[in-house]
Design a protein around this ligand. Structure first.
Ligand SMILES: [Zn+2]
Length: 606
């Protein structure tokens, strides 16, 4: 027995040496065979294979054995009878890096509680550098101070472009293009995993396809991945997907399309043709993949007014408060005063030299815009709480002819959203209407939908229009090349309204689409958030419950998944992850987060 154990020890040590290429000493000392032993769970290993009963042993950060029964001692034994053991989830698309600037958000607790052990950040053209710091600075800070999930960084096109060209709407000169290429190259040298674009955002939208191709060509030799928020997710979805495929073809880089969907009732169903295009490209040998979040509403802030701005304001359109009006006030200040003002509200304490220099070098107009938008957003002065606008709207409603025009316009708008059943009341002083559709509210209060909308608007209610179809979501989800990407963030707990995807994407997808609706199998969902994202990112030792892989492991209680987040009360952590291991270290223990930050910044190996 002793000899057998010794042989096992040698075998595992060699295995670890083989996988890591270096000698590791167990932090647990020599008394245990394993650091963690997960016993009697049902394993979903990341493949499409149905679950099977097995024990999983972890040592020095890696899975060292998966077998029906593993004897031996471990410093932590997890009894997983009745639970599922899966690879930790990998979020292909999230904006947590913005919140992770703040140490209190480094753990990304809203993601750990979903079973997420890896995130791909720097999305939609926005990365935390190079404007304020270099990729290596961010990597250094996160590595030294610790993060919850593992993170891979993308360099954002929007930031690179802004740094070189400001917010100018034109093509870059050849000199500017070279500068942008150099910045992308620098980030790749420092460990970025690829490049992202946000082609509907400013300034990304100013870039023509050729500019993007030239920049993506920079990452191709590194084996970098191109992630794109495409140019259009509405009526021009097909053209936008064609553009992504063209970029993949011309640049030679694996291309990943983010948050794949068709927004807007008239565009529902377009995803079928878009998928056909992706499948055609894949059949030609191109590496094109896609991610999706499982919700019918979009945007980090999906809360809308019930009456669109143009209808609300009517002919007053020309007299409304504009961004430029606010900027005029700031234009009275000298450059140095503007920078001092900015310092009073920025969380960047102290302002780095790089950041200070960036502000000092901004053209006057850009500086005014930059500082003023940090202080005041004109939208805060718009809507039913603005006394002037309210007075003007109610006066228009007193005129029968105008009131009728308003009602008609509101009704048409509701129809454009697919009808009152597709508009959900999220925030309302009359609490019995929260979470209910506009259609329900109208019938409950015995009003027409347009009158109900007007009444709700005057109460300051906020609604969430369901702009994607359930049929589209399920059509996309069934595809074997579609991974999960939450598109969420790491907000300050309790502050502000945010899309519920930040709190529930991964467990909601399992519960609703595998367990309840059975749209896809459980193994299919698990694969879409484990081995498939790992494959997209070219990670060969994550995303699987397999000997030799890094021990990113979730132990799930599938019978007790709870996703209490709602559009009326979004800041609610998910439940159902009993244990979570990141790089072999326990972070959630018996359903509770233990405060550890074992995540690593994963750098692209050259
Ligand atoms: Zn995006």
């Amino acid at each position: 027995m002793k000899i057998k154990r010794m042989a096992l020890f040698v075998f595992f040590t060699l295995g670890i040496l083989f996988w890591t290429g270096s000698i590791h000493t167990s932090s647990q000392g020599g008394f245990f065979d394993y650091d963690v032993l997960i016993k009697n769970g049902r394993v979903l290993d990341g493949s499409l294979r149905p679950s099977f009963k097995a024990d999983v042993a972890v040592k020095d950060g890696r899975i060292v054995k998966v077998a029906r029964s593993i004897p031996g001692k471990a410093s932590k034994v997890i009894e997983a009878k009745g639970l599922y053991v899966t690879p930790g989830f990998i979020d292909l698309h999230t904006h947590v890096d913005e919140g992770m600037y703040f140490p209190e958000n480094r753990a990304c607790l809203n993601y750990l509680t979903q079973g997420v052990t890896g995130v791909i950040v720097g999305q939609c053209g926005r990365s935390a550098w190079p404007i304020f710091e270099k990729a290596e600075d961010l990597i250094k800070t996160w590595s030294e101070e610790g993060i919850g999930p593992n993170a891979a960084l993308l360099v954002g096109h929007g930031d690179v472009r802004e740094m070189v060209m400001g917010m100018e709407e034109r093509e870059p000169t050849s000199e500017e293009l070279e500068k942008m290429k150099a910045l992308v190259k620098e980030a790749m040298e420092q460990g970025a995993y690829g490049f992202s674009t946000g082609l509907t955002y400013l300034p990304g939208t100013y870039a023509k396809t050729d500019e993007v191709i030239e920049l993506v060509k920079v990452i191709a030799p590194y084996g970098g991945i191109y992630h794109t928020h495409t140019r259009n997710e509405r009526d021009k979805l097909i053209e936008a997907v064609k553009e992504a495929i063209e970029i993949a073809e011309e640049s030679g880089a694996p291309t990943h399309i983010s948050h794949f969907k068709a927004i807007g009732y008239p565009n529902w169903g377009l995803v079928k043709e878009a998928c056909t295009l992706v499948e055609g490209a894949r059949a030609r040998g191109l590496q094109i993949t896609v991610d999706q979040y499982p919700y019918r509403f979009h945007s980090g802030y999906p809360y809308q007014r019930l009456i669109p701005r143009n209808i609300w304001i009517g002919k007053e359109e020309i007299n409304r408060l504009e961004t430029e009006d606010v900027q005029k006030i700031f234009d009275y200040l000298r450059d140095s005063e503007l920078i001092e003002l900015y310092k009073k509200i920025t969380p960047y304490i102290p302002l780095s030299e790089h950041h200070q220099q960036f502000l000092e070098e901004l053209p006057r107009k850009e500086l005014v815009r930059f500082v003023s938008r940090n202080f005041i957003s004109p939208s805060r002065f718009q809507g039913p709480a603005n006394t002037r606008e309210r007075m003007l709207f109610l006066r228009r409603m007193e005129n029968p002819e105008e009131a009728e025009q308003i009602r008609t316009a509101v009704k048409q708008n509701i129809e454009r959203e697919g009808g009152a059943e597709n508009i959900v009341i999220a925030i309302c002083v009359e609490k019995d209407l929260e979470g209910k559709s506009l259609k329900y509210a109208a019938s409950k209060r015995q009003k027409s939908v347009e009158d109900m909308a007007i009444e709700l608007e005057l109460m300051g209610a906020r609604c969430v229009p369901l702009r994607m179809s359930e049929e589209d979501i399920e059509y996309i989800m069934k595809k074997e090349y579609v991974g999960t990407g939450s598109d969420g963030a790491s907000p300050f707990y309790g502050i502000g309204l945010t899309h519920i995807r930040s709190f529930s994407t991964f467990l909601h997808k399992i519960k609703k689409y595998a367990l309840q609706r059975k749209t896809v199998s459980l193994a299919h969902v698990i694969r879409s958030q484990t081995s498939l994202p790992a494959e997209v990112m070219h990670w060969d030792d994550r995303g699987w419950i397999k000997q030799g892989c890094m021990a990113d492991i979730a132990v799930l209680d599938l019978n007790n998944i709870k996703t209490p987040t709602s559009i009326s009360n979004p800041h609610q952590y998910s439940q159902g992850v009993k244990y979570l291991l990141i790089n072999g270290e326990l972070t959630i223990d018996n359903g509770k987060y233990n405060g550890k930050l074992p995540g690593q910044v994963l750098k692209l190996k050259k």
